[in-house]
Design a protein around this ligand. Structure first.
Ligand SMILES: NC(=O)c1ccc[n+]([C@@H]2O[C@H](COP(=O)([O-])OP(=O)(O)OC[C@H]3O[C@@H](n4cnc5c(N)ncnc54)[C@H](OP(=O)(O)O)[C@@H]3O)[C@@H](O)[C@H]2O)c1
Length: 284
């Protein structure tokens, strides 16, 4: 049995929709917090069980008979280490043979605020003795959607990343990497740095967007403090503005860039090029 946590989330759904075409669906079990949210996915013939990262007994029950567990990192920022440790403990208790975790790019060195939770989770996985694969997912291309939509409205793409570049890929690409790990394509104990094949600066993105919409969109780089002010004055909650400014600081420092090629090797095809993603975004 392959158990997938967080399967009702955006990434999880992509994983399920691909995995069911690679293994018999009856061998796939979705361990989800809200069973009703998994209703659509149940149509694939997979098993659905209730499991909450905060309730260890629910995890032990959900993992009964599991050979592999994919832990999709929790969205509950600040509480993730204890939640993830509950998952690791439950997997160890039932003797899972392969534990796969979706971490973040360069989790060992990244200075972004939330990297520490991924670092601690990776340490806990190693300490558990479970055979593991760590998939350090880069930035989702989908994260740029709102920024790019605003840029289209205003004719200016605003950021504070200077000319730092980021190697984004789509959730679908990262999901395919997870499926590769769950179908025997990764030797145990390996860490993969997953990222798009081409690194893009915001200036590159503004240029590409201009080309696609046939209208000039410029990149305006500002300092971190000014960026934060502009975002909060536009109505964003302070914590979210701080997060976005921190992301740009990390991009400027090259922390969201990677040229290992791990993603395309694992999925045996190039990652979705950003222009293809932008075209799809404009079509919706
Ligand atoms: N690489 C990036 O750019 C990037 C960006 C954003 C997030 N992330 C990370 O990647 C993960 C997956 O991304 P995503 O887009 O799929 O996020 P998402 O749509 O927010 O999915 C998060 C999943 O975590 C589940 N979850 C939260 N608390 C839980 C709990 N106590 N017990 C059981 N399940 C719980 C949610 O369950 P419900 O469906 O019931 O809510 C949901 O299925 C995120 O959680 C986050 O850690 C990465």
């Amino acid at each position: 049995m392959i158990v997938i946590t967080g399967a009702t989330g955006e990434l999880g759904q992509h994983v399920v929709e691909r995995l069911v075409f690679k293994v018999p669906p009856k061998e796939v079990c979705l361990a989800v917090r809200s069973v009703h949210r998994a209703e659509r996915l149940s149509g694939y013939g997979v098993r659905i069980v209730s499991a909450d990262y905060d309730v260890p007994e629910s995890l032990s029950a959900a993992f009964s008979g599991a050979e592999q567990v994919l832990l999709i990192s929790s969205s509950d920022i600040g509480r993730r280490v204890s939640q993830h440790k509950n998952v690791i403990d439950a997997a160890r208790a039932v003797g899972v043979k392969h534990f796969v975790y979706t971490s973040m790019l360069h989790a060992d060195t990244c200075t972004m605020a939330f990297a520490d939770e991924h670092r601690q989770t990776e340490q806990a996985i190693r300490a558990s003795g479970l055979p593991f694969t760590i998939l350090r997912n880069g930035w989702y291309a989908e994260n740029c959607r709102i920024k790019l939509r605003v840029a289209m409205l205003r004719g200016v793409l605003l950021g504070s990343a200077g000319y730092g570049a980021q190697s984004m890929a789509t959730r679908g690409d990262y999901a395919e990497a997870a499926v590769a790990a769950l179908t025997g394509r990764t030797p145990p104990g390996r860490v993969y740095e997953l990222a798009g094949d081409v690194a893009w600066t915001y200036a590159d993105m503004a240029r590409e967007l201009s080309r696609l919409v046939d209208r000039k969109i410029d990149y305006r780089n500002v300092g971190s403090a000014e960026h934060r002010n502009i975002l909060t004055e536009a109505g964003l909650p302070t914590a979210f503005a701080d997060f976005l400014v921190d992301v740009d600081r990390a991009i400027a420092a090259g922390e969201l860039m990677d040229d290992s090629g791990d993603l395309q090797k694992l999925i045996s095809r190039p990652a979705t090029p950003l222009p293809r993603y932008l075209e799809a975004m404009l079509a919706t």
